[in-house]
Design a protein around this ligand. Structure first.
Ligand code: AMP
Length: 223
């Protein structure tokens, strides 16, 4: 290696999504000495600089975080467990549950729909969801026959207009379900966000990556 290459700083790229995950990650980044130069809510930039010239943030859709990290376009990322299960986790090291953006993946139905009775009678249920893999596994485990309908958003609408008998969706406060006359009937999964690391970056950029993992581990909210 020539001396110029040896001096070149190694860039760390961290993939984050806007909203709750970004907001709850800011204190963890601060613990690692990383302060974003801009707020993604007010900036249209997709690559944000930080106080550290060797660290940048890329702002991507929550469901795309594992893909950016898997292919090494980002060295680290933060993604919900729901998103990681749908992605499959290939090429990702998952060292830390950060206990942020907590919520539950639940089965929900229209008020008045007797879900228990439908399951008891062995009815074939139509279930709309963005979380096809988690839903498939859940109903297979229960031995319930379902036709899964893949949606990309506004799942709550599906039972109201006859697209589905039930939905599988994330529930935090329950306000969205209540506002649409839906009730949660069964938990599928406890969800929180996790740190994911590209497996090659963990080896090749260990000196840069490990301090971030360690700082996140000591700063994360106590369980
Ligand atoms: P709530 O009304 O508080 O129960 O929130 C439900 C809505 O927020 C649904 O549309 C969910 O898909 C979404 N949601 C809740 N928690 C999360 C989370 N941790 N990550 C992503 N979306 C979430």
């Amino acid at each position: 290696m020539n001396s110029q290459a040896a001096r070149k700083p190694i860039m760390l790229t961290i993939a984050l999504s806007k909203g709750r995950i970004f907001e709850e990650t800011v204190p963890l980044l601060a613990a690692a000495g990383i302060h974003p130069e801009e707020d993604p809510e007010s900036s249209r930039k997709l690559i944000l600089g930080t106080n550290r010239p060797d660290v940048r943030l890329v702002i991507v859709r929550a469901t795309d975080v594992p893909t950016y990290v898997q292919y090494g376009a980002a060295d680290l990322g933060i993604a919900g467990y729901d998103v990681l299960l749908e992605h499959g986790g290939e090429g990702l090291y998952q060292p830390l549950d950060l206990d942020i953006a907590r919520c539950k993946l639940m089965v929900a139905v229209r008020e008045g729909f007797d879900y228990e009775a439908a399951v008891r009678q062995g009815a074939r249920l139509r279930v709309a969801t963005k979380y096809v893999e988690s839903a498939r596994e859940h109903f297979a485990r229960k031995g319930v026959h379902v036709d899964l309908i893949k949606l990309y958003g506004s799942m709550e609408l599906a039972p109201l207009v006859g697209l589905a008998d039930a939905i599988v969706d994330l529930v935090s406060t329950g306000n969205t379900l209540r506002a649409n006359n839906l009730v949660a009937v069964e938990p599928v999964l406890e969800v929180s966000s996790r740190l994911v690391v590209n497996q090659a970056a963990l080896k090749l950029k260990r000196n840069e990556v490990q301090p971030v993992i360690d700082a996140f581990a000591s700063a994360k909210a106590p369980a």
